[in-house]
Design a protein around this ligand. Structure first.
Ligand code: DSN
Length: 415
């Protein structure tokens, strides 16, 4: 036994159990999902797709991957689903590879406004380097101005528009996104990585009727394994046909394999099938709605205490903690056993390395059983830590350590 690694895993398990986890993209996968991840499926190579593999011995794997595809298609309401992308960034690059040529114009929400690196972040990412990237911003109140976006799109005529976010606390108006993309004949990709669980559970409108392609990671609000999916919608198929592309589904599949990837991780795909099955339930719908209720309670409680909060209409919020002070607050919260990430706020006067906010979400602690009353307590704890940081007295570390013990004791009440 590799004692070193297993000791460290034990410590990490303890950290996960004893802490309050508020990073909006994190969650707790079920025992069953974890079991499949660590199963013999990790031993098998399966380049290709069910029924068309390059290696022998894939009879069972084919059945497993086909189940994942069917379950995911049913839950999301898409016509075609690829479950092989290794994670969200590969999934988005695969869509770009399938639909665009190097040098084409793509359009996405700025990273500093809550977008994602793969939506065209300039210079340092493949999406900003190989494509002409046009980025849209949010307004000072943190919301997308769809009229402005429409004007930008008409001016710049992108081939692809991303409707997707990582730090946007409001409902995305996919219908408006659809109208904007249609006005210039652009492909519209909804990257629903953050909100996929809410969409499946009915706590956020679905993009499927309005967009051509849906991408998503599977380990955030869906509570599955770390992986991703690419879905093709009915609208996407008829849009493709309108200019002579009769095989959109194949184009997507070919961009995934052999375009960008080799052997699919069938252990992940098996675990995803389990996660889809778990999400196909009343219990999961309740979970999705509880995430939103909890987030609203936390945001309202923090607002009542005088914090500048952006949001929330979904699972997350951004808190302005003062110019360039996001990291300092996130580090202090960690000392109190509360995990968030520092983040830029809309029109931040700081920088990505010195942001002015923290990003907080409720999916993980809702999985652990937190309800509204618990999030009122979380607001109190966050406020106490922020007050300690602001006082910055000699006993700061000791006071944070006291909160840490309080959190650990409280967390013993949750499984
Ligand atoms: N890293 C993810 C997040 O935390 O939102 C996005 O890819």
């Amino acid at each position: 036994m590799d004692k070193k690694i297993f000791e460290l895993i034990k410590k990490e398990a303890g950290r996960q159990k004893e802490g309050i986890h508020l990073i909006p993209s994190e969650n707790f996968a079920s025992e069953e999902v974890m079991k499949v991840l660590g199963s013999v499926l990790t031993n098998k190579y399966a380049e290709g797709y069910p029924g068309k593999r390059y290696y022998q011995g894939n009879g069972f794997v084919d059945e497993i991957e086909s189940l994942a595809i069917e379950r995911g298609k049913k839950l999301l309401g898409v016509e075609h689903l690829n479950v092989q992308p290794y994670s969200g960034s590969p999934a988005n690059s695969e869509v770009l590879m399938a639909l665009a040529e190097v040098g084409d114009t793509i359009c996405g929400l700025k990273l500093s406004a809550g977008g994602h690196l793969t939506h065209g972040h300039p210079k340092i990412t493949f999406s900003g380097k190989f494509f002409r990237s046009v980025q849209y911003d949010v307004e000072p109140d943190g919301r997308i101005d769809y009229e402005k976006l429409g004007e930008l799109v008409k001016e710049t005529r992108p081939k692809i528009i991303f409707a997707g976010t990582t730090a946007y606390p409001y409902i995305l108006d996919f219908k408006k996104f659809g109208e904007i993309a249609d006005s210039v004949g652009a492909w519209l990709i909804a990257d629903i990585s953050h909100i996929v669980g809410l969409v499946i559970g009915g706590a956020h409108p679905s993009p499927v009727p309005y967009v051509h392609i849906v991408t998503s990671t599977t380990h955030k609000s869906l509570r599955g394994p770390r992986g991703a999916i690419i879905g093709v919608t009915k609208k996407g198929i008829s849009f493709a046909k309108s200019f002579g592309i009769l095989d959109l589904e194949k184009r997507i599949d070919r961009a995934v394999f052999p375009g960008m990837q080799g052997g699919p991780h069938e252990n992940t795909i098996g675990a995803l099938a389990v996660a889809f099955n778990e999400a196909d339930s009343e219990e999961f719908n309740d979970y999705a709605h509880q995430i939103v209720k909890n987030a609203k309670t936390l945001a309202d409680s923090l607002k009542e205490k005088g914090y500048k909060v952006f949001g929330t209409e979904n699972h997350l919020m951004l808190i302005d903690v003062g110019k360039e002070r996001g990291k300092e607050v996130a580090v202090a919260l960690e000392k109190a056993n509360i995990f968030v990430n520092s983040n830029m706020v809309p029109h931040d006067e700081g920088s990505p390395m010195r942001p002015s906010g923290i990003r907080i979400g409720t999916p993980a602690m809702t999985t652990r059983g937190f309800r509204e009353k618990d999030f009122i307590k979380v607001a109190d704890l966050i406020d106490r830590v922020c007050c300690e940081v602001n006082k910055n007295e000699a006993n700061l570390e000791g006071n944070l350590a006291e909160i840490d013990i309080e959190v650990k004791n409280w967390m013993r009440e949750f499984s």
